[in-house]
Design a protein around this ligand. Structure first.
Ligand SMILES: C[S@@+](CC[C@H](N)C(=O)[O-])C[C@H]1O[C@@H](n2cnc3c(N)ncnc32)[C@H](O)[C@@H]1O
Length: 254
C-alpha cells in the first residue's frame, strides 16, 4: 500500500477555503461562464483539486478517476499536479470534438474499472443529473481503494441554482420554469426534470450516506460558501436553500 502522505497546505499558495475572496472569485467566474467558459471552468477545477488535496494530501502520483467530467478541465488540473488521471463521461457532446487523452466514454453506473483501483474518485455536479444517486455512489465506492478518498458535489433541488438554466423559477415548478426559459430566450432549455435533471436533497442524501457501511463521512459542507460552510448543512430545512451546492468528502472503509 502507498504510504500515507500529510495533507497538502494549499493556503501556502494563497488559496484559503472557505474565504470571502475565494467565493467572490468563484462567483464572478460563474457569472462569466457564458462569455468565458474556459476561465470559469479552469478556476473551478483549480479550486476543486485544491479541496481534494486539502483533505487527501497531494494528488501527485495518485490514480484519480473523474466521473462525469464533461470537457476535461478537472482531468487537466489533476494531471497538471502530477496525478495519473482518467475521465469517464457518457455524453460525447460533453467530451467535445477533441476528447482529452485518457477519457473513456462510459456511464458512471457501470464503470469499466476493477474494484479498488482509484486512490481518489471524483465527481463534480453530476449527482443531480442521475436518477439513482445512491447506485451511482456505490459504483464510485467500488472503484475506490480501501482508505481512498471520494469527492462528490452536487447542486440540490432547493438551491437557488437548483433549476440550473431556468433557476430560480424552479421554485414555481419545473415545467413553468422551463416554459418561461423558452419564452425569454427563444431556445429549448438543456435540462428537463426527470430526464437529465433530478430532485435531490441535502438532508436525505446526508442520511443515506451516513447510513452506508462502506464509507466514512469526512466532511459535509457547502462547496462555495465563504463562511460557516459546514454549519449550514446541519440545520434542517435551512440547509435545503442555503447550502447551494453540497460537498461530500468520503473515505472508503477498509
Ligand atoms: C453539469 S455537468 C458537470 C461537468 C463537470 N463535472 C463539472 O463539474 O463541470 C454534468 C455531467 O454529468 C454527466 N453525466 C450525466 N449522467 C451521467 C452518468 N450516468 N454517468 C456519468 N456521467 C453522467 C453529463 O454527461 C455531464 O457531463
Amino acid at each position: 500500500m502507498r504510504p500515507r502522505t500529510k495533507a497538502a497546505r494549499p493556503e501556502a499558495s494563497g488559496w484559503k477555503d472557505p474565504s470571502l475572496r475565494r467565493s467572490v472569485a468563484l462567483f464572478r467566474a460563474f457569472m462569466g461562464e457564458q462569455s468565458d467558459p474556459e476561465a470559469c471552468y479552469r478556476l473551478l477545477a483549480r479550486d476543486a483539486v485544491s479541496q481534494v488535496e486539502a483533505y487527501g494530501g497531494p494528488v501527485s502520483g495518485r490514480t484519480v478517476v473523474d466521473i462525469g467530467g464533461g470537457g476535461g478541465y478537472f482531468l487537466e488540473e489533476f494531471r497538471r499536479r502530477g496525478a495519473d488521471a482518467f475521465l469517464f463521461e457518457p455524453d460525447p457532446r460533453e467530451l467535445g470534438e477533441h476528447a482529452p487523452e485518457g477519457s473513456v466514454r462510459a456511464d458512471g453506473y457501470l464503470l469499466p474499472l476493477a474494484d479498488g483501483v482509484a486512490d481518489v474518485t471524483f465527481s463534480s455536479n453530476v449527482l443531480e443529473h442521475v436518477d439513482d444517486p445512491q447506485t451511482f455512489l456505490s459504483e464510485m465506492v467500488r472503484v475506490t481503494r480501501p482508505g481512498g478518498l471520494i469527492y462528490v458535489s452536487f447542486t440540490n433541488w432547493y438551491s437557488p441554482w437548483g433549476g440550473h438554466e431556468w433557476a430560480p423559477w424552479h421554485y414555481l415548478g419545473a415545467e413553468r420554469a422551463r416554459n418561461r426559459y423558452r419564452r425569454k430566450t427563444g431556445r429549448e432549455a438543456k435540462h428537463r426534470l426527470g430526464d437529465n435533471l433530478f430532485t435531490i436533497h441535502v438532508g436525505t442524501t446526508l442520511r443515506q450516506v451516513r447510513a452506508r457501511p462502506d464509507v466514512r463521512v469526512v466532511a459535509a459542507r457547502s462547496r462555495y460558501w465563504p463562511f460557516l460552510a459546514g454549519v449550514v448543512t446541519r440545520v434542517p430545512l435551512l440547509r435545503e436553500f442555503a447550502t447551494w451546492n453540497l460537498l461530500l468528502i468520503l473515505r472508503r472503509c477498509p
